[in-house]
Ligand binder design. Structure first.
Ligand code: SP5
Ligand code: ZN
Length: 354
């Protein structure tokens, strides 16, 4: 399976995040992607690493508000013109209740106002290289999609920063552009056929769900920590099934703390039955390995061998897959867990290939 990787992510190296008002060390670090690349690159025959090609901004703006992209492209200069900050985290957010009954405000241009307008939480700083890295992650994802459109059974995009928390018109959750949603839309547009996004990150992919909530050509299926206790808190509930034409094309399987290999695999089988029922031509996997038992910000209990079983189960769908990296924050096992997932998938596709 080809691995698409770009060093562009290294330019995004925030050091802090604010959790419940406490400034903490950042979890979403460059070392995550470097560690995954190191482990995969050790098996160059199985995992040849290729560079992405540039895809421009059109695929981003097909999914995201053009104002979000323009903000991210220019935010750093605008902030620095007002104040020399190493990392920008907004302090005032556009909570819907603030303007209830008043309609939307003008799109702000000031640095603090803009950040609180386009960002939805305090764990996703802007730094000098954020835009360059986020653009790189989109190119990585789209290049993996191109490999699958070109006939590969699967391809892996080593995206960093991740994407699944970014809705159409905001960033947050360590995510700036929604790599998986951009790819799913790109695939649907290129093929005219149905696409499923299967999200196995520990966290619910609120951004991806929001982007496709009213569409009937893209299904969103997610297994995640119940949002009543887990980030992103305000999406991922079982009753969220899609709306309008998209009614019935959104499936959330919120899971309990301590969910172990067996319980997780049971839920994954249920999810895959619904994917099969929808009948997509292509699958985009939002692959987070923060379901691992030692992950520092999550509470599931998956073991390293379970990731291979998960990959093998997804392979049984028999559809082409674009696998994109999302979360996973336990560095000593992140590479091995991703490698196991991809190897489990490949071994099921071609058991003889070893
Ligand atoms: C892509 C992705 O996995 N984004 C995750 C964003 C979650 N942000 C942190 C949530 C707060 C976790 N608090 C747990 C405290 C453990 N010390
Ligand atoms: Zn996650």
């Amino acid at each position: 399976m080809q691995v698409v990787y770009s060093p562009a992510h290294l330019a995004h190296a925030p050091t802090t995040e604010v959790e419940l008002g406490v400034s903490m060390a950042q979890y979403e670090l460059p070392a995550r992607a470097e560690e995954i690349r190191r482990v995969l690159a050790a098996e160059p025959e199985r995992f040849p690493v290729v560079e992405p090609t540039g895809h421009g901004v059109a695929p981003i703006e097909a999914v995201h508000d053009a104002g979000l992209r323009a903000f991210l492209a220019t935010a750093w200069e605008r902030v620095q013109a007002e104040q020399a900050l190493a990392e920008v985290i907004p302090d005032t957010f556009i909570h819907p209740a603030l303007r209830e009954g008043m309609g939307p405000p003008p799109v702000p241009t000031g640095a603090a106002a803009s950040a609180g307008y386009w960002c939805f939480e305090t764990m996703t700083p802007l730094v000098s290289g954020t835009y360059e890295a986020a653009r790189g992650a989109v190119d990585v994802a789209l290049t993996a999609a191109d490999l699958v459109l070109g006939g590969s059974r699967a391809a892996y995009g080593l995206c960093r920063p991740p994407g699944h928390h970014a809705p159409r018109a905001a960033y947050g959750g360590y995510c700036y552009f929604n790599n998986a949603a951009i790819v799913a839309h790109h695939l649907a547009a290129a093929t005219g056929a149905k696409v499923t996004v299967l999200d196995v990150d520990y966290h619910h992919g609120n951004g991806t769900q929001q982007i496709f909530y009213e569409r009937d050509d893209v299904q969103y299926v997610s297994l995640h920590g119940d949002p009543n206790r887990a980030y992103p808190y305000f999406a991922g509930y079982r009753g969220e099934i899609g709306a309008g034409r998209g009614r019935g094309t959104n499936l959330n399987l919120p899971l309990a703390p301590g969910t172990d290999d067996d319980a997780y695999l049971v839920a994954l089988v249920q999810a895959l039955e619904q994917v099969e029922a929808f009948g997509p031509a292509t699958i985009v996997v939002s692959l987070g390995v923060d379901t691992f038992h030692l992950d520092p910000i999550a509470d599931f209990a998956l073991t390293t061998p379970a990731f291979a079983r998960c990959g093998a189960l997804v392979a049984t769908l028999g559809r082409p897959c674009v696998v994109l990296q999302e979360g996973g924050y336990y560095l000593p096992a992140i590479g091995e867990n991703v490698r196991n997932w991809l190897t489990g998938f490949e071994d099921r596709v071609s058991p003889a290939a070893g």
